[in-house]
Design a protein around this ligand. Structure first.
Ligand code: NAD
Length: 506
């Protein structure tokens, strides 16, 4: 039996956060939070009851009555304080994240840091949530817009970035005047909870930020709840599509950032050493469990000869627990995830791809029970093979070949996913052609993981995203607000009166 389903009553419980208080769930359904490098049970997470979900939403609804009227400066200062607290606690947050998620400590700090950037952005809300004004649209008439918060908003997050992705959501939602109900991943909720505690310490008032834990039932309750106005979801395409359909049908505003199959194009004129290092870091970092991981490498023209060098370089990566100094590739999140990736590798072999490097069952001294799969490389991969058609979400790189850039672009655009992509070249003309023709949300030019900073917004096209506005950045201010357009005239007693006018003019 997997450690995540066995009972471990000694482990501490993860609390719900309702109305500013950490509360013990009354549920009978619990799941273990397990260190993926050691199988140690770190905590038990509850699957909140329907009553607890309703209580969290009711408190958020009540808190909205006052929070929506909170001055801009007050909201700003809370996020200024929160960014400071996150910086002060960076090492502890990263350690907690590595313990429950598995990624290496430096990568865990990166996870927290990319979320911290959104908190810093939220502190500048006074410059972001500005309306527009047109003076004298008719005689003595002005038109202006105000961007008002929606009410109770909710966030549903995946396991792979348990700090960054919750921080994509609640800071911007709250800074724009909404109240929030967060449902973190049940696989690694502990660092998310710590960040929420810091938010309370920073001054987020009771009821403004609430956290409920759970899985499918809690997510469905969020989708259906009549008092939730908007949902931000990040996770797999299957679940995201379900959330989008169900919550839209219930009349909510929804944005879903979903699965990926990110291709990098290697042109023969690329700066070879740096480009290969960048691609391999993006393929195998976080054990391939990033929505922006490079999982397909398209070698163009003469670059097709680089496979042996790619394999040799990859062999230099160190597989170990995230806490081991110098580790490059940590464990997968669960035993099930490891078994799934191993079976996909086996399918790749059976379906005729050439296994250039087999990372299954690596020797990891001191962490024999960990969910490790080492870097794995296939060449000769084609659409129709399971390792190409599915998102593997593990340290598996599929190499394909193309004669020229046009063919490579056509190949990428034929894949259903459109999350991230990159080109490596020294040709500005090739890079520009790629940028113009590729149908993918995040485009990197000599950059393998082009996650936008919060001055911009994360995006995605085709099967990788549903909803038109992205999380964080400018777009999320629109997502979390309702534009109200006011057309105003102030009567002047000296104005002549012409009686009732029934024509449509101002
Ligand atoms: P997931 O879809 O399994 O889980 C996401 C959330 O949905 C979790 O909170 C989970 O509790 C909930 N959930 C799971 N099954 C559900 C169900 N049947 N019904 C309702 N809710 C359910 O995703 P994951 O495995 O945690 O994360 C990995 C996936 O997320 C990958 O596909 C990855 O590409 C994607 N991802 C995308 C982005 C992006 O920005 N596009 C970022 C990170 C991760």
């Amino acid at each position: 039996m997997d450690a995540s389903t066995t009972q471990s009553v000694q482990a501490p419980t993860v609390k719900l956060l309702i109305n500013g208080k950490l509360v013990e769930s009354k549920t009978t359904q619990w799941r273990n939070v397990v260190n993926p490098a050691t199988q140690e049970v770190l905590a038990r997470v509850p699957f909140a009851t329907p009553e607890e979900v309703n209580e969290a939403v009711a408190n958020a609804k009540e808190a909205f009555k006052t929070w929506r009227k909170t001055p801009i400066g007050t909201r700003s200062r809370i996020f200024l304080k929160l960014q400071q607290l996150i910086r002060e606690n960076m090492k502890d947050l990263a350690a907690l994240l590595t313990a429950e998620q598995g990624k290496t400590l430096p990568d865990a700090e990166g996870d927290v840091f990319r979320g911290l950037e959104v908190v810093e952005h939220a502190a500048g809300i006074g410059n972001l949530q500005l309306g527009e004004l047109a003076n004298n649209v008719a005689n003595g008439v002005d038109t202006y817009t105000v961007m008002q918060p929606l009410g109770v908003c909710a966030g549903i997050t995946p396991f792979n970035f348990p700090a960054m992705i919750p921080l994509w959501m609640f800071p911007m939602a709250i800074a724009t005047g909404n109240t929030f109900v967060l449902k973190p991943s049940e696989q690694d909720p502990m660092v998310t909870m710590r960040l929420c505690e810091l938010a309370l310490e920073a001054g987020v008032p009771p009821g403004v930020l609430n956290v409920i834990h759970g899985g499918e039932d809690v997510v469905n309750a969020i989708c259906d709840h009549p008092d939730i106005k908007a949902i931000s979801f990040v996770g797999s395409t299957k679940v995201g599509t379900h959330v989008y359909n169900r919550a839209s049908l219930a009349g909510k505003r929804v944005q879903c950032m979903m699965g990926a199959k990110n291709h990098a194009i290697m042109m023969p004129d690329a700066s070879k050493e740096q480009s290969l290092n960048a691609v391999l870091g993006a393929a195998f970092g976080a054990a391939g469990q990033r929505c922006m991981a490079i999982s397909v490498l398209v070698l163009v023209g003469e670059a097709r000869k680089w496979v042996p060098e790619i394999v040799e370089k990859t062999k230099g990566l160190k597989v170990s627990a995230g806490t081991t100094a110098g580790a490059d590739v940590g464990p997968l999140i669960s035993c099930q995830a490891r078994e799934r990736v191993e079976s996909l590798i086996e399918r790749g072999v059976q379906e005729g791809a050439k296994l250039e490097l087999d990372g299954r069952k690596p020797q990891v001294d001191g962490f024999e029970k960990g969910n490790f799969v080492g870097p794995t490389i296939f060449s000769g991969v084609k659409p129709g093979m399971t390792i190409y058609d599915q998102e593997v979400f593990g340290p598996v790189l599929a190499i394909v070949e193309a004669d020229d850039l046009e063919q490579a672009i056509e190949f990428i655009n034929a894949n259903p996913n459109g999350n991230g992509t990159a080109i490596f070249t020294q040709s500005g003309a090739a890079a520009r052609m790629f940028q113009e023709e590729i149908d993918v949300g995040q485009v990197g030019i000599n950059l393998p993981v082009p996650v936008p900073v919060p001055l911009f917004s994360f995006t995605g096209s085709r099967a990788s995203k549903l909803g038109d506005l992205g999380p964080y950045g400018k777009q999320v201010v629109l997502f979390y607000t309702q534009t109200k357009t006011v057309t105003a005239r102030w009567f002047d007693d000296s104005t002549l009166h012409h009686g009732v006018n029934t024509t449509i003019s101002l």
